[in-house]
Design a binder for this molecule. Structure first.
Ligand SMILES: *Cc1c(COP(=O)(O)O)cnc(C)c1O
Length: 437
């Protein structure tokens, strides 16, 4: 078997950056990406035969751990009946039913293939259903890579979006208003000024793509109240949090407790159990604006693919209360050991945690991290050293300080112990890291 470096050299010749999704290239941590050839339970193994405890978890889908026997068996059964039909089949309804049982506000569901497609379609649906153009999003919230949602933030108060990527036109970005996350006053002001032109506010249920940033008490409820009052829709992006933070996603820990429901949800990652499935869902009268019952077009050759439906269905069926309790407990143990290790090494930090999702940032203990500006102001140069010390010790972390660590039902005490033992050395490496000159 060739080495990781040989595989990467060949990949770089064939694919931009050697990857099919940018963060995998280790750009922000340096070094050579591990080429994974096998995954089982809490572990991944690279092409050189090195086994790591995995905290990437396929970026979320691996809630039950890799290669869960029941999920794999369900996929094998589905494969034996054909890889795809391009026609209706019973498992689409089964998965939709499981989603609605957990999240009753998901009255109707449309399966799609990626989270990007789910949010893109939800935005189109919101515009089509309201007849309005403007979308409000929050800086640092990631909703996939569709043009209008790649608008980045200016600082401070409301700014009209500037394109966050080459290739996104100003016209596309200009219909996205970007606000600082957790800024209630800016949100109220934008509704006071543009309330009757706003189609929707889209928000991560709890942001976890700028690191984890917990919503301030009442912030999601305020989005709900303002959208309702002004005839706009609330799109709750649960692509990362859905069926992970609770059995009903982050809504299960927020709206369900507080008595509010978004108009539209987007799901991804866990819902596909590792295969390409995502969904948008929500109120019946809004969802019925989608073709073929309504005028808002959406279609997909692979939507509701039977193999993906089997993986998603088996994953949700096995994501029991005990699974969530276990992941919560293991995440608490790792987060607490992380805090102790950094403290012992004298590294200024803060840890942001929402349920089992957590991340940490360097040099932010004084003010904490409440929005994208706070997240960006951290001493991110320390993460490369931290990351590589963990990798050396056999722990595969997300190769970016802006990502959460994903635990799974398969992270048993032995796997967690290996993580905890690696932390002090990594904390010392972070302490010694120097800013780029
Ligand atoms: C991952 C993610 C997306 C995009 O999903 P893809 O399947 O990668 O297109 C959208 N929203 C959130 C909150 C995500 O975490």
């Amino acid at each position: 078997m060739p080495t990781n470096q040989q595989l990467f050299d060949t990949a770089c010749d064939l694919m931009p950056g050697g990857v099919n999704s940018p963060v995998r290239a280790f750009g922000s941590v340096g070094g050579t990406p591990a080429f994974i050839v096998d995954a089982e339970g809490p572990y991944v193994t690279d092409a050189e035969g090195t086994r790591y405890v995995d905290l990437v978890g396929s970026w979320g889908p691996a809630l039950l751990g890799h290669r869960h026997p029941e999920v794999t068996a369900a996929v094998h059964r589905a494969v034996d009946h054909g890889l795809g039909f391009g026609a209706s089949h019973p498992d689409e309804t089964r998965l939709a039913q499981l989603v609605r049982t957990r999240v009753p506000g998901a009255e109707m569901i449309r399966m799609v293939s990626t989270g990007t497609e789910a949010t893109m379609t939800a935005v189109r649906l919101a515009r089509g259903a309201t007849g309005r153009n403007l979308i409000v999003k929050f800086a640092g919230c990631y909703h996939g890579h569709s043009d209008g949602l790649l608008a980045a933030a200016g600082s401070g108060v409301a700014t009209m979006g500037l394109p966050g990527s080459a290739g996104v036109t100003e016209a596309q970005a200009s219909e996205t208003i970007v606000l600082e996350y957790n800024d209630a006053a800016a949100l109220e002001q934008i509704f006071a000024e543009h309330g009757d032109s706003i189609a929707a506010v889209i928000t991560e249920a709890t942001p976890a793509n700028m690191g984890v940033v917990p919503p301030a008490a009442g912030f999601n409820a305020l989005i709900r109240e303002l959208t309702q009052r002004h005839g706009a829709l609330m799109i709750f992006d649960e692509v990362m949090t859905g069926f992970r933070i609770t059995e009903a996603g982050y809504w299960g820990a927020s709206g369900r407790e507080e008595g509010w429901t978004p108009d539209l949800f987007t799901f991804g990652k866990v819902i596909g159990g590792g295969l390409p499935t995502a969904a948008l869902a929500g109120r019946r009268e809004i969802m019925e604006h989608l073709a073929p019952t309504g005028p808002v077009y959406h279609a997909g050759t692979l939507s509701g693919n039977p193999v993906a439906m089997a993986a998603g269905t088996a994953t949700l069926e096995h994501a029991t209360a005990e699974v969530y309790e276990h992941i919560d407990a293991q995440a608490a143990a790792v987060a607490s050991a992380l805090g102790s290790a950094l403290e012992t090494a004298g590294v200024d930090h803060s840890i942001q945690k929402v349920g089992s999702l957590f991340s940490f940032s360097f040099g932010t203990s004084a003010g904490g991290v409440h929005n994208y500006s706070d997240a960006q102001a951290q001493e991110s140069f320390r993460y490369g050293a931290f990351f590589h010390a963990m990798l050396q010790a056999g722990v595969f972390l997300p190769p970016s300080v802006f990502e959460a660590w994903f635990l799974s039902a398969a992270h048993d005490d032995a796997a967690v112990e290996q993580i905890i033992e690696a932390l002090p050395g990594a904390a010392e490496a972070a302490a010694k890291a120097q800013p780029p000159s």
